[in-house]
Design a protein around this ligand. Structure first.
Ligand code: GLN
Length: 216
């Protein structure tokens, strides 16, 4: 009935533990179809994935159980993926405090639980390069991004440290955008998903590179 329905992207939300329901609610509000991911096969047919906040060590323990970590690594290296807080830790290139395995989907080094006791959970408003003015950021025992590689774009900072970063199809926030009413970051992610889909269906014929093979 809804003419847009067929085009709605299916976005998985890793639902092993942590703050997955709020992400699903935002996705629904923006016209996407959220799918809770609890088993490796739940990744089949998804157009993108959100790794939510929670405890990254607890999530890792689940993921290491059924070969899920390898399936997840394949998925996040080939599909748009958005990690928030613990999810950003899982996506990082390297993790400190203490070191733990990660998916190496975005070239950042993160330090877990990096803010002192009094600052570890707070709401801040900070500047972002996203259109629409300053962004509310909910930090909950957040990691700090210590290093970003040359391919990473910094979209927002807190006290000079990056807190929202993107590299290609991967987006990572050290805060919880799903807990604020501002939907700009989820919108950005859905635009990334759309762009990925458009690139995947673009016919090879007609592009300059394919012209010599047109007779095939
Ligand atoms: N402190 C958590 C971790 O290290 C992350 C906290 C969060 O996701 N809100 O995994």
């Amino acid at each position: 009935m809804n003419p847009h329905h067929a085009a709605s992207p299916k976005i998985g939300v890793l639902a092993l533990q942590g703050a997955f329901q709020a992400h699903a609610a935002v996705l629904s509000m923006l016209g996407a179809i959220p799918v809770e991911v609890r088993l490796p096969d739940d990744l089949d047919g998804l157009d993108g994935l959100i790794l939510p906040g929670g405890e990254s060590t607890t999530m890792l323990r689940f993921l290491e159980l059924h070969g899920f970590l390898d399936r997840l690594r394949d998925f996040v290296h080939t599909h748009p993926t958005f990690g928030t807080c613990a999810g950003a830790i899982l996506l990082a290139h390297a993790v400190q405090n203490p070191p733990q395995p990660s998916l190496d989907a975005i070239d950042i080094t993160v330090e877990r639980n990096a803010y002192g006791r009094q600052l570890d959970s707070c709401i801040q408003t900070a500047a972002t390069t996203l259109p629409g003015g300053p962004l509310e950021m909910v930090f909950i025992r957040a990691p700090r991004i210590l290093q970003v590689g040359p391919a990473v774009t910094v979209l927002a900072t807190r006290d000079d440290h990056p807190v929202l970063v993107r590299q290609g199809d991967v987006l990572a926030a050290t805060f919880h955008p799903e807990l604020s009413s501002d939907q700009r970051i989820h919108r950005l992610f859905l635009q990334m998903v759309q762009a990925h889909q458009a690139a995947a269906v673009r016919p090879a014929t007609g592009s300059p590179a394919s012209a010599p093979r047109a007779s095939a």
